[in-house]
Write a protein that binds this ligand. Structure first.
Ligand SMILES: CC(C)(COP(=O)(O)OP(=O)(O)OC[C@H]1O[C@@H](n2cnc3c(N)ncnc32)[C@H](O)[C@@H]1OP(=O)(O)O)[C@@H](O)C(=O)NCCC(=O)NCCS
Length: 147
């Protein structure tokens, strides 16, 4: 049994991150180019969960104006519901706290009930709606939390 370690993402992790991203979001997955950009721009807010030298999940965010934004979080489908997503989310929230950020926001597909439950469990609440935010025309629900 390996211990789960949450650490900053590195260049060499992008392949594993992309693999989890594609298996989690299919055609809507972020591109490698976008992850490289995020690593350069917000590397201090990009974390992976690793066990037995294997990347099992990641979270990435960036400061936007006065808010902390969470861009994406995903866990390898075979390792979900074991607390990894929570560990990753808690890590980025802690990082934002240390940076003095007071409010964290994110967008989630209206139909993504699993993620919405996950965020609610972590104290995020409805903060609005972005009409037709996704490429298939689906609305995004904005969720926010004061930290
Ligand atoms: C959302 C996600 C990151 C959660 O990761 P995870 O490691 O499975 O989450 P955890 O095990 O830490 O779950 C914490 C809590 O979230 C809620 N939750 C998680 N998965 C759930 C599900 N399938 N149904 C209902 N509630 C769920 C539960 O309250 C859970 O606590 P519990 O297990 O004690 O009941 C994961 O499901 C995922 O990768 N989804 C696909 C990518 C995605 O949609 N990302 C969000 C985009 S905005």
């Amino acid at each position: 049994m390996c211990i789960v370690n949450i650490r900053e993402a590195k260049l060499r992790d992008i392949g594993d991150i992309l693999d989890i991203e594609k298996r989690s979001f299919g055609l809507e997955a972020f591109s490698a180019k976008f992850f490289f950009f995020l690593l350069r721009k917000c590397g201090n807010l990009f974390f992976v969960a690793e066990a037995c030298n294997r990347v099992l999940g990641y979270v990435v965010g960036c400061i936007e104006g006065e808010y902390g934004h969470i861009y994406s979080i995903a866990v390898d489908p075979a390792f979900r519901r074991r607390g990894l997503g929570s560990k990753l989310l808690e890590k980025i929230l802690e990082e934002y706290r240390q940076m003095g950020v007071k409010k964290v926001i994110l967008e989630v597909r209206e139909s993504n009930v699993t993620a919405r439950r996950f965020y609610e469990k972590h104290g995020f609440r409805f903060g609005g709606r972005r009409k037709g935010y996704y490429s298939n025309g689906e609305d995004a629900i904005i969720m926010e939390r004061i930290i």
